[in-house]
Design a protein around this ligand. Sequence first.
Ligand SMILES: [Fe+2]
Length: 238
Amino acid sequence: MNSNDTIRPSSGLSRRGFLAASAGAAFVAAAGDFPGTAQAAAPFVLPPLPFAENALEPVISARTIGFHYGKHHKAYVDNLNKLTAGTEYAGMALEKIITATAGQADKAGIFNNAAQVWNHTFYWKSLRPQGGGEPPPVLKQKIEASFGTLEACKKELANAAMTQFGSGWAWLVLDGGALKVVKTGNADVPLTKGMKPLLTIDVWEHAYYLDYQNRRADYVDALLNKLVNWDFAAQNLG
Ligand SMILES: [Fe+2]
């Protein structure tokens, strides 16, 4: 699969390693494969941002984060709670809901909102103030083994982000021991294909339009050079 391939969800795939232990309405799950992306089950909660709303300025403004996190991400959480109330999904780990509903037309609403909750939590962790720079050695070696150079990896990520038609996501993933860049449309997430996400770039217009208007390339370039959290990606190697 190359960077121009688009992943579509499929059913029947399961993910290992997602352990959810409830301790009341707001609990922390031991989703060890993805540090910091653990989600509460029934009711789902909006996880705290890992930084202040203005911490990514001037690359991403507090105004953008305010809408993106406080309105969009929150709405996915609220919608998921409404859609799963009283169903078999109400007490289920988020990743399990995603893999259980992917590709099922009659479950599209639950899938889309569950995946968007997960994707956004993962996106915030993929960013940090004063990010960019050099990845930790363990990740840099893998990047060079798969792409040749860090610059080639970033170029492929930027290309995936730019060529995703309409809303979606660009991802660095671990797939069968090698790193790959893939893109997904709308809410789709590489988890449904058994790939392990390492980091993601949100290319929905709500992620950049207030700051960059139609200049998606400028947003992606600034994110990759100034905000990307290579430490988070390295942690996700497991
Ligand atoms: Fe978004």
